[in-house]
Ligand binder design. Structure first.
Ligand code: FES
Ligand SMILES: [Fe+2]
Length: 438
């Protein structure tokens, strides 16, 4: 494997930032990423609203490790490695469900929702108490498990600092989604999962990439625009999906931030914020939050990309997306629609329709994104010593906060006016390099 430093050409004084394309295709780098990033960062697991009852569970993977979170008999949510304490068989059969008793399909050992072993088949005849004691029959909890306003994260390294420290500068932007509802947010029913033939970091970049939107998603914008001319309520009401962020970007405010720890923000003013499904909550939100925070919540579309593989997206609809690396050229992506609890039926309907329009695997946007990322992966395999030059916006980058960030009371490491910039990627790649190099 070549020296990692040679793969990131970062020369701030010369305003040069380049990434060698082998970072997307080298299997040795992938193995290193699994160890140095996915085994030590806080990774998103799910939302507590997915586990309302005793025994409710969700199964996922943190890096290469299968884990599941389950609500116990005492109401607490715990997270365990998804491996039987006997001989390691994966315990969950589904990605979510309810099981107050989890029976291993291999030799029939049983566990309760708190992780204790409740049945060893063969019992006292087969094992002596001292053997069971030595073997340790309970399920193994993951090293760290924390909740931030309902968002559940796990970490497989005991030395990693607490979750809120890791989320750092991204927290105020996560709050813009988490605080959008007086009664909290909830994940809507349904699963949406697909596989992309591309490296996971292409999805990280794509999540913050404002530059591709006008090209890759022009089809989305023109299609929903045309559809709205045919709709019974014409071009008004919550059924409308605003397209100004795609078609008229030069007329609206937008920007990108590096908020530290590899987290990246991209935002753009909404052309018609009253079409957003949370707009009817504005009066209530203004009672609980500052005017500028509510402006950020309702009048600015945002992508919040949390290092390394989480996106909180509040643009056409509200969406959580994670991307789980399967191997160097294969990535599993999962999305959920998140919405305020107790939302009015009209607003909920509009939110779901817009979610389907943009975020479903067969939507008007996701297939175009996937095709673009798969193309970038394929092209990165060309043996031409190719470099991705992240030059867009490097002359407008400013240290600290711009006016919009000041309104929210946050101080990014740097800001860039205009969404069509590549400078927020610097945050990700510098964090990536630092974690792989130490
Ligand atoms: S592996 Fe689970 S009971 Fe044997
Ligand atoms: Fe996209």
């Amino acid at each position: 494997m070549p020296s990692l430093q040679k793969l990131i050409d970062d020369r701030p004084e010369e305003r040069v930032f380049r990434v060698h394309r082998s970072v997307f295709t080298d299997p040795d780098i992938f193995d290193l990423e699994m160890r140095e990033i996915f085994d030590s960062c806080w990774l998103y697991i799910g939302h507590e609203s997915q586990l309302p009852e005793h025994g409710d569970y969700i199964a996922t993977r943190l890096g290469t490790h299968p884990v599941f979170a389950i609500r116990g008999s005492d109401g607490e949510i715990r997270c365990f490695y998804d491996a039987c304490s006997h001989r390691g068989s994966k315990l969950t059969n589904r990605t979510s469900g309810n099981a107050k008793t989890i029976a291993c399909r291999y030799h029939g050992w049983c566990f309760n929702s708190d992780g204790a072993c409740t049945l060893v088949r063969g019992g006292d005849d087969a094992y002596q108490a001292a053997d069971l004691e030595r073997m340790g029959t309970s399920l193994t909890p993951i090293e760290q498990f924390m909740d931030y306003k309902g968002f559940l994260f796990g970490c497989l390294n005991t030395k990693t600092p607490p979750l809120e420290e890791f989320l750092g500068g991204a927290l105020p932007f996560i709050d813009l989604m988490a605080d959008q509802a007086p009664n909290g947010m909830e994940i809507l029913r349904g699963e949406s999962r697909y596989i992309m033939e591309a490296n996971w970091k292409l999805q990280t970049e794509n999540s913050t990439d404002g530059y591709h939107v006008a090209t890759v998603h022009r089809n989305f914008a023109t299609t929903v625009g045309y559809r709205e001319t045919l709709a019974p309520d014409g071009d008004q009401g919550m059924a409308k999906t605003e397209a100004s962020r795609i078609l008229s970007l030069e007329k609206i405010g937008s920007g990108g931030y590096n908020v530290g720890n590899g987290h990246m923000i991209n935002w753009a003013d909404r052309g018609n914020p009253e079409a957003g499904p949370s707009w009817p909550q504005r009066a209530v939100l203004l009672k609980n939050h500052s005017k500028s925070k509510v402006k950020w919540m309702l009048e600015r579309g945002r992508t919040v990309t949390v290092f390394p593989n989480l996106l909180l997206n509040d643009v056409a609809s509200t969406c959580i997306r994670i991307w789980r690396p399967l191997c160097v050229g294969l990535t599993e992506i999962e999305t959920w629609c998140i919405a305020p609890k107790g939302e009015a039926p009209d607003a909920r309907r509009a939110r779901i329709r817009k979610y389907e329009d943009f975020f479903f695997p067969a939507s008007l946007a996701v297939p175009d994104d996937v095709r673009a990322m798969e193309g970038a992966h394929s092209g990165s395999m060309a043996r031409d010593d190719g470099w991705n030059d992240l030059a867009l916006g490097n002359r407008t980058l400013v240290d600290g906060a711009d006016a919009a960030a000041q309104e929210l009371g946050v101080t990014p490491i740097n800001s860039n006016p205009g969404r069509e910039v590549e400078t927020p990627f610097f945050a990700f790649w510098r964090e990536w390099l630092e974690r792989l190099s130490t």
